[in-house]
Design a protein around this ligand. Structure first.
Ligand code: CP
Length: 331
């Protein structure tokens, strides 16, 4: 049966831990021939440094081959709507693109960010869902409205430093950024931290910055199932006090989707949410991380980013190991 990796919500904690355990083994012994003769299509609708490099190199290190495709820039633009008269820019339909790639490749990985115009549309994750519908091989999410590979790399980094994550305090803090960004990493951080039994605090400027109810509800459900907790605060001191991990991310407020000029003054008024040394001093000698790319001294200070407690480079490295474990498992 084809097993996709669209969101960790489809995978149990035990299944995810098995991937993490294999990632640790792959980190110790990186060059293996597990996927000799196999191939993966990496379909990018948006830019990338880490994701593209780590998937391509990861497949190579396992004896397989990766092909990078950028629809609309070297590959044909793709249509995703059913029953449409294709008299616009797209030259082919996902119904053909996904099935043809499935005949060539053993997996298809897709990066497709939201369009940032209408959250009720973007939250359906239409592009990757259409790939999964038409593909006859596993489809991997390389970031759409969640970023499951990033959350796995984060959890691996946490376990490497802290061991068992259960009941450790994890703070997911909104930070300022000049542009409204995707909620994908924030959604993912909420999912993985609660799924692994942490005491999770979501810190954001006000209720407009809450995540989509789908992820808020899942986080609350996982917290209950795993014996952890999931709370929301807008109070910086309350959030940081006693934190074991501080995870920073910026995102646009969902009620303002497509109306970003109205959101900008609210965002601009919260530049003080930057992760700095004074805030980290309130933590329990807490670890800091961010998915990268990250604007230094906007989201986190140089001092925090470069401190021995910073996981940013370890988390980025772990993308390679967890994705190799994932490709090994589903191909
Ligand atoms: N964190 C992450 O996905 O990085 P890239 O956007 O560079 O792939």
């Amino acid at each position: 049966m084809t097993r996709h990796f669209l969101t960790t919500a489809d995978w149990s904690r035990e299944e995810l831990q098995a991937l993490l355990d294999d990632a640790v083994a792959l980190k110790a012994n990186p060059l293996q021939s597990r996927l000799g003769g196999k191939s993966i299509a990496l379909v990018f609708f948006n830019p990338s440094l880490r994701t593209r490099t780590s998937f391509d190199l990861g497949m190579h290190q396992l004896g397989g081959h990766a092909i990078v495709l950028q629809p609309g820039a070297g590959a044909w633009p793709i249509e995703f709507e059913d029953g449409v008269v294709m008299d616009g820019k797209p030259e082919e339909h996902v119904a053909e693109a996904a099935r043809v790639l499935s005949r060539y490749c053993d997996a298809i990985a897709v990066r497709a960010f939201p369009k940032f115009e209408d959250w009720s549309v973007d939250r359906e994750d239409h592009v990757i869902r259409q790939f999964a519908r038409w593909a006859t091989v596993p489809v991997i999410n390389m970031e759409t409205i969640t970023h499951p590979c990033q959350e796995m790399a984060l959890m691996m980094a946490i376990q490497e430093r802290l061991g068992k994550p259960d009941r450790k305090k994890f703070v997911l803090t909104w930070t300022y950024h000049p542009r409204p960004l995707n909620t994908a990493v924030a959604n993912s951080a909420a999912l993985i931290s609660t799924k692994f039994g942490m005491d999770v605090t979501l810190l954001c400027p006000n209720k407009d910055y809450l995540l989509d109810p789908r992820y808020m509800d899942l986080a609350a459900q996982y917290a209950q199932e795993q014996g952890g907790s999931f709370t929301v605060t807008h109070d910086i001191e309350e959030a940081y006090t006693g934190a074991d991990v501080v995870y920073a991310k910026s995102w646009g407020a969902l009620p303002y989707f497509g109306n970003w000029d109205a959101e900008k003054p609210i965002r601009d008024a919260h530049k003080h949410f930057i992760v700095d040394e004074a805030k980290m001093a309130m933590t329990n000698d807490g670890l800091f991380s961010h998915c990268l790319p990250m604007r230094r001294n906007v989201k986190a200070t140089d001092g925090v980013t470069d401190s021995p407690n910073s996981l940013v480079i370890e988390e980025a490295e772990n993308r390679l190991h967890v994705q190799k474990a994932l490709m090994s498992a589903i191909i």
